[in-house]
Design a protein around this ligand. Structure first.
Ligand SMILES: *Cc1c(COP(=O)(O)O)cnc(C)c1O
Length: 220
């Protein structure tokens, strides 16, 4: 099977309303170009340096999603072009994104990343952290970031019930935040969860956006 076959097979398995972010980290630009030519526009990378290098070489109308941990001092490198930053995990980072977006005359789409996995190593906010951000005066003053929803990664395990409960938890976080802060904002609507190994489960739990790497591009 070619890359494009992989992509088209996957597209058939996933309902049209669920966005596929093709995670191209570690993969060369010619592979990205093959998927682009099949009509795909949303690609995800987890490292700023790799992302900026690829962005320069690839078509302008690609919508780039940053899905990995972002250091505040690197925001300026992606602010001119990034479509969505899915890994917002502090007020400090959001403040920097707002500042750099303003300098570029842009509004940058953001997702709040939550720590839903039981594993220690994962980045992300707790529900209370998010409440503190959304209640802050700083947040009220931001004009150049748009909070579009939430993102999370489940524990890497075969335990389907654990993964399912983590996805259910992220969905509940989304619904709660929507009720409290975004009731009148139709733009707050994304639940980014699910990867190659667990995307079907994520969709049954309400995912609107799946981030798929190896199923499209092959093992890394
Ligand atoms: C690498 C990565 C993915 C995609 O992983 P696959 O298992 O290859 O589909 C999704 N989300 C994040 C945050 C990643 O770093």
């Amino acid at each position: 099977m070619s890359l494009v076959d992989n992509y088209q097979e996957l597209r058939k398995c996933i309902a049209g309303e669920v966005m596929i972010v093709a995670v191209s980290k570690t993969k060369p630009v010619d592979m990205i170009m093959q998927v682009y030519k099949a009509g795909h526009r949303d690609f995800g990378e987890n490292k700023v340096q790799e992302l900026t290098a690829k962005q320069k070489l690839l078509p302008e109308d690609i919508r780039w999603h940053l899905i990995g941990h972002l250091q505040t001092n690197k925001v300026k490198f992606i602010a001119p072009f990034i479509y969505m930053i899915q890994s917002v995990d502090s007020l400090k980072l959001l403040t920097e994104i707002n500042k750099e977006a303003a300098r570029c005359g842009r509004v940058i789409n953001c997702l709040l990343e939550f720590r839903i996995a039981t594993e220690e190593s994962k980045f992300g906010l707790s529900f209370d952290d998010a409440v503190a951000i959304l209640n802050s005066q700083a947040f009220a003053d931001f004009r150049n970031v748009k909070i579009c929803g939430v993102m999370g990664m489940a524990t890497f395990t075969d335990d389907i019930r654990l993964v399912e409960s983590e996805f259910r938890n992220l969905r509940a976080i989304f619904e709660n935040l929507k009720d409290i802060y975004f009731r009148s904002d139709p733009g707050f609507r994304e639940i980014s969860m699910g990867m190659s190994g667990d995307y079907q489960l994520a969709i049954t739990q309400g995912s609107t956006m799946v981030r798929i790497g190896s199923l499209i591009f092959g093992e890394r």
